[in-house]
Design a protein around this ligand. Structure first.
Ligand code: APR
Length: 312
């Protein structure tokens, strides 16, 4: 191809806007930011374009409400949705966001039939299922962002506790997002040394719990809105692994077809990301406890996907 690859971000709110900023700052992509609220994506794109003059990035940045501007995207990040409001049930939120993701993905797929979709809207595992169902894209080209964020939170807490560089901390998480996350402590290391040799069990349990509640802790502090710096950094880590064809193994929501005993559902698993998208689901050996926790996580996703099947 000639020129930069085009990356579209749907939803110009906190997560989408910050993602567009991070992508633009790499200077490697042409970025399209789309929202239903006219003026917001255009305003943010103009602001980012002007920031590019200082940062020296030459990529194009377009803000729009028109899907034609997204045509031919290599990758589309989907952050559009509404947050849960007081008095709204989980099912109501599920229905509203499923319909938003359905409508968005229908238009995205029509304009960029070869794109890779990175889904971010919550509840993540179910929205990724909706995006796959509606787009009819192969499973390689639909992936959800959750595990990268959960593992980043866990790594940050471990590094702070041990007063070591976060670069020394490696971890892997499976299953759903937040409280449904299944951390793999056996595969968590500090400069190659298992975490269990560096911290007592009660401290590890406390850090796991704080990670599982990581999103809620930030919501409680912010009062309005939810996290977006770490979510957008997580999205960009996935986008770069894909578009730079790095073959990096990251925890992502991918469609399992028998892997880890899960069939026909998107759940968090270790995935090798490259230019074709999900190039491999990496199979790790699990303990009975880990396998049971993952099965429980998948059962909840199954229930929600069955609900959504009746809604859309
Ligand atoms: N098409 C395009 N954009 C839409 C649509 C739609 N049909 N419906 C809503 N939006 C836009 C809103 O106008 C808003 O600008 O999606 C944006 C969502 O932004 P925020 O409310 O700021 O939410 P944000 O914090 O960015 O989170 C977005 O990511 O991490 C998840 O749980 C989070 O599901 C949420 C999503």
């Amino acid at each position: 191809m000639v020129g930069r690859e085009k990356v579209t971000v749907i939803g110009a709110g906190n997560v989408g806007g910050t993602t567009a900023q991070r992508l633009a700052e790499t200077g490697r992509y042409d970025v399209v930011l789309l929202d239903v609220v006219d003026g917001v994506p255009q305003g943010k794109a103009l602001d980012l374009l002007q920031a590019g003059a200082l940062l020296g990035s030459d990529g194009q940045i377009v803000g729009t409400t028109d899907y034609r501007a997204t045509a031919g995207s290599s990758l589309v990040v989907i952050t559009s949705g509404v947050p849960r409001k007081p008095g709204m049930s989980r099912e109501q939120l599920l229905e509203i966001n499923a319909k938003i993701v359905r409508d968005v993905v229908t238009q995205v797929a029509a304009n960029s039939p070869e794109a890779i979709l990175v889904v971010v809207t919550n509840p993540l595992d179910v929205m990724t299922y909706v995006a796959h169902k509606v787009s009819k894209f192969p499973r390689e080209r639909v992936v959800g962002m959750a595990g990268v964020l959960d593992s980043a939170r866990f790594r940050a807490f471990i590094a702070a506790e041990l007063k070591v560089s976060v670069k020394n901390v490696e971890t892997m998480v499976l299953g759903g997002h937040g409280d449904a996350m299944v951390p793999l402590i056996r595969y968590t290391t500090v400069a190659g040394v298992p975490l269990s040799e560096r911290l007592p069990k009660d401290r590890i349990d406390a850090l796991v719990k704080r990670t599982q509640d990581g999103g809620a802790e930030i919501v409680a502090l912010l009062k309005t809105g939810s996290a977006y710096y770490a979510p957008s950094a997580s999205i960009v880590a996935m986008v770069e692994a894909i578009l730079l064809d790095s073959k990096k193994i990251l925890p992502c929501a991918a469609l399992c077809k028998g892997e880890y005993g899960v069939n026909g559902l998107f759940v968090g698993v270790p995935v090798k990301l490259g230019r074709r998208g999900v190039e491999e689901i990496v199979t790790l050996s699990l303990t009975a406890y880990e396998q049971t926790a993952l099965a429980q996580s998948a059962a909840v996703v199954r229930e929600h996907c069955d609900l959504v099947d009746k809604m859309i």
